[in-house]
Design a protein around this ligand. Structure first.
Ligand code: FES
Ligand SMILES: [Fe+2]
Length: 332
């Protein structure tokens, strides 16, 4: 007899870490935008000095949402004046540290405002590798690791193309998506590859996981030998380097909207010299292949249930190691 269960499909808490919320070029100076991540409503704004700031969405005065402007700002976010975002309801202004910097019509400021206290929740932000990253921790603890700067996009940025951007909304917990990296057997069945790609190296060290495998890159003239080097920096950020005919850098970031709803942001970079040259078709095929794999994986991820103790066999990948590493980010 099957007994119906009222347990959630994936009983895991939302992981803590650095997460992509927007690409840097999606937020101009003076612009603000609403965000929904980490099961919360937030607002991001770029100050006049160019800093991206993220604060809680609801104004501490009377609860208006700071991400939706009115009149001159209709269809946009609230206005930004200097280093502060201005609430559309009564004009109170707040800086990225959550202090109220102006109450335009008050003769006597509320005491907490007068004392310069933080009155609005604010979030640690960094801009790295073309992304605005936010630190999430369920108990608001400070970051205990840092994102990694990708040298291709800092030291040799002029050699690399504008990215090809792809985005998926996936109805699952982020850990389930991450497990793809330690699941060689699914490639034959979900992605139709002819053999099982085995990682030659896999290391788990603090907040990072790194893997390396040799592959066959599909080209219009058959498969060519190559390699894939991949790294997770915490649960949200990953950097993948496909080497072979047409080197491809993939920044594959995943961000939780809730613990069963994740957005994957993929940005593929290739060398300008390759894109314009005879390898352009190979480069396109590499991206197309990964995008198709995501579509295929998603059919499983959207519906699968999480088993704490799956029934594994000797050909399965190092799931236990991966989950032990990942558990450091799952704070109840
Ligand atoms: S609700 Fe924001 S200023 Fe009044
Ligand atoms: Fe996959």
């Amino acid at each position: 007899m099957i007994i119906a269960s009222d347990k959630p499909r994936i009983p895991l808490p939302m992981p803590s870490g650095w997460f992509h919320v927007l690409y840097s070029n999606e937020l101009a100076v003076g612009e603000s935008k609403p965000l929904t991540y980490f099961g919360q409503e937030l607002v991001v704004f770029r100050t006049e000095s160019g800093m991206a700031k993220v604060v809680d969405a609801y104004c501490p005065h009377m609860g208006a949402h700071l991400g939706y402007g009115i009149r001159d700002q209709a269809g946009k976010g609230s206005s930004v004046v200097g280093e502060s975002i201005v609430c559309p309801f009564h004009g109170w202004a707040f800086n990225g540290e959550g202090q109220c910097t102006d109450v335009p019509y008050a003769k006597n400021l509320p005491p907490r405002v007068a004392r310069g206290e933080q009155v609005l929740g604010c979030w640690p932000v960094q801009e790295v590798n073309g992304s605005i990253l936010v630190w999430y921790h369920p108990h608001k603890e400070a970051p205990n690791f840092q994102p990694e700067v990708v040298p291709e996009l800092s030291d040799e940025a002029e050699q690399w193309s504008e990215p090809s951007l792809h985005r998926w909304e996936i109805n699952t917990h982020m850990q389930e998506i991450g497990e793809n990296a330690v699941d060689p057997a699914h490639f034959m069945f979900v992605h139709g590859t002819s053999d099982i790609p085995m990682a030659e190296e896999m290391s788990f060290d603090g907040h990072t996981r790194r893997g390396f495998l040799k592959t066959l890159q599909p080209t219009p003239r058959g498969n060519v030998e190559g390699s894939i080097e991949n790294a997770n920096i915490g649960p949200g950020l990953s950097v993948v380097r496909f080497k072979g005919l047409c080197d491809t850098l993939l920044l594959a970031n995943v961000t939780p909207v809730t613990n069963e709803h994740t957005i994957a942001y993929y940005a593929f970079y290739q060398r300008k010299a390759d894109i314009g040259g005879p390898l352009g078709r190979v480069g396109e095929a590499i991206i197309k292949n990964i995008v198709q794999q995501m579509e295929e994986d998603r059919i499983i991820w959207d519906r699968k249930k999480y088993y704490e103790k799956p029934m594994l066999c000797d050909g399965d990948g190092p799931f236990a190691k991966f989950r032990k590493w990942y558990s450091q980010f799952l704070v109840e």
